[in-house]
Design a protein. Structure first.
Length: 451
């Protein structure tokens, strides 16, 4: 007979009850299935291999000794058992069961004797438990042997139920909205992207997930860029000197009021990707550009949730002379992964306010009448100290209507601050001194994909 190299993987499991053995080992309660005994023994299982592979032998003699840390035998048993595909199982007698339950630190020594071969002894090794592994292998062998049997049928039904549960979880809490795929390795948060074909160009649109399950939505990772439908050219690009370059948003066919002729080629789309954001855009134009890309402007609570965790400090662009380009490397990032929600450019949100009341508290600092002959209350009031000194402007009903101050039209909210607001920029910064018809090189926006 060829020289045999045998090894045994020592496992201990129970078909009933749970018992801590110490040292991380434990007896596991297994779910009972067809073909698995309903009694409550403790069993010792292992695998037996030789140089040619796993052993199959109808009768192999095993002597198992359970030893205390001092080497004293707590119990022993000798049994002749079949070995199939290397696997064997020994049922522990009552004295070994008692020894296991009385001792937290046992080792197993196994002597194996096959016909025509000298006995070989393995161990002692620390007694451990292998949850599920043995029963899974055993069940798998039964299914393979009888693919049309009752166990196979039960297993198929269970797999179907598990798949249905997984599909339900995915459906209730997807990583990305429809049409987007998750960007592997992108951090922080969950970043999703989609390719967009516009004007013969293929651009990328990126959003980040905010919240989970029914509260989830996806917000633009970067401040939005508007692209001309006919050519894909970016419109109203900001620059680092506080102005704009290139074509204005008006060249897209979108008038300042957001209306466009019936024969227009198609609405300009707002996309989120690295580069200079679009500015000098009215609320109406921003709203239409979001809608054209299947999104909308953020509501107040969405804006706060998306901005949460942004560090109000030097990482954000609040002390320069103009907007910076969006980039994944920018450190001004929210917990969800949204970039530059503090500073850089003001962001339109989906909020209008009517007559908030004329506020003339002495604590305010008036920062000027910008229109000759019309006194516009452009007063600055900082939030309390807990809000990092963020400012609110013009909680009143007098707003700038494009180039003129006008009483009696609603304020449209812009949030976050701009590149030169310093400590006044922040998550709680709110400017209410302009109407939705106003535009300025310091004002941009971002969009949201609703949950």
């Amino acid at each position: 007979m060829a020289q045999q190299s045998r090894r045994s993987s020592l496992v201990l499991a129970s078909l009933g009850g749970a018992l801590a053995l110490g040292g991380g080992a434990a007896l596991i309660r297994y779910a009972r299935a067809q073909g698995i005994p309903s009694t409550d023994p403790l069993v010792y299982r292992g695998t037996l291999d030789e140089s040619a592979g796993p052993v199959t032998d109808p009768a192999v003699a095993f002597t198992l000794r359970l030893l205390t840390p001092s080497g004293t035998a707590a119990c022993s048993t000798t049994q002749t058992r079949p070995v199939a595909a290397g696997a064997f199982e020994l049922t522990l007698p009552a004295d070994c069961v008692q020894a296991v339950r009385a001792n937290r630190d046992l080792s197993a020594e196994l002597t194996v004797t096959r016909t025509g071969s000298a006995p070989t002894t393995h161990g002692p090794v620390r007694l451990t438990a292998v949850p599920y592994a043995v029963e899974a292998e055993r069940a798998g062998s039964a299914v393979t042997a009888d693919p049309g049997g009752a166990l196979a049928t039960q297993l198929a039904a269970l797999q179907s139920q598990v798949a249905a549960l997984q599909a339900r979880v995915t459906a209730e809490d997807p990583d990305c909205p429809s049409g987007y795929t998750r960007v592997a390795g992108a951090t922080p948060g969950v970043v999703c992207s989609r390719p967009v074909s516009i004007g013969g160009m293929t651009l990328v649109d990126e959003v980040v997930k905010v919240g989970a399950r029914r509260s989830a939505f996806w917000v633009d990772r970067y401040e939005a860029s508007v692209h001309l439908a006919a050519t894909g050219v970016r419109l109203g690009e900001s620059n680092t000197a506080g102005g704009t370059v290139g074509l204005t948003v008006d060249t897209s066919g979108l008038t300042p009021s957001g209306q466009r002729p019936r024969d227009a080629a198609g609405p300009a789309q707002a996309l989120s990707h690295p580069g200079q954001p679009t500015v000098n855009i009215t609320w109406f134009q921003a709203n239409e550009a979001c809608r054209a890309s299947g999104k909308r402007l953020l509501e107040r609570d969405e804006w706060f949730a998306a901005a949460s965790g942004t560090v109000d400090g030097a990482a954000c662009n609040v002390s320069t002379f103009g907007a910076r380009a969006a980039a994944a490397s920018n450190g001004c990032t929210s917990t969800a992964g949204a970039q530059d929600m503090i500073g850089n450019v003001w962001e339109w949100t989906n909020e209008w306010y009517a007559s908030a009341g004329q506020v003339t508290s002495p604590a305010q600092t008036a920062i000027g009448a910008r229109v000759t002959g019309i006194r516009v209350n452009d007063a600055l009031t900082p939030w309390p100290a807990d809000y990092n000194g963020d400012g609110t402007w013009n909680i009143t009903s007098t707003v700038y209507n494009d180039a003129e101050g006008q009483i009696g039209i609603p304020s449209a909210a812009r949030r976050g601050g701009t590149w030169d607001d310093g400590s006044r920029a922040g998550v709680f910064a709110l400017y209410l001194n302009v109407g939705p018809s106003y535009r300025d090189p310091s004002i941009g926006f971002r969009c949201v994909v609703p949950g």
